[in-house]
Design a protein around this ligand. Structure first.
Ligand SMILES: [Zn+2]
Length: 137
């Protein structure tokens, strides 16, 4: 069973469940449930993409870091959930479109990344405030 453990936990990562207040604050910011999004921590897939701490797929966030490091970085958290809920989730983002955008404009300037950064800039403070208030209750 050692191999299975290695495969399940080291190579392909494992599922991370968001702390309840974090999920609640995300739902407040996005105005929709986030429970259908699976977060995988220590994912090999994410780790083979150098310089990236996370990558997204429909309903899925693959982290090269731990889940607790992820939630400790609200801007990264909001950024990745934005990709999943507002871009993959609406069908606007596909692997093919992302590839074309990135080939044309690179990582920083591509429209999906710009949009995600703009969302984070607008939503970050509200998210932090909401989470702080939740944690005070
Ligand atoms: Zn991004």
């Amino acid at each position: 069973m050692k191999l299975a453990w290695v495969a399940g936990h080291r190579l392909f990562g494992r599922r991370y469940v968001l702390p309840h207040p974090v999920a609640t604050a995300l739902e407040h910011v996005f105005g929709e449930p986030v429970g259908s999004v699976t977060v995988i921590e220590h994912s090999l897939y994410a780790r083979i993409h150098p310089g990236m701490s996370a990558t997204t797929r429909p309903n899925r966030i693959l982290l090269s870091i731990s889940g607790s490091e992820f939630v400790a970085n609200p801007d990264l958290l909001l950024h990745e959930y934005f990709h999943v809920l507002r871009q993959w989730g609406t069908g606007r983002l596909t692997r093919w479109r992302y590839l074309i955008e990135s080939t044309r404009l690179g990582y920083w300037a591509n429209a999906y990344e710009q949009e995600a950064r703009e969302f984070v800039a607008a939503a970050s403070e509200g998210y932090r405030r909401y989470l702080r208030n939740l944690n005070l209750i």
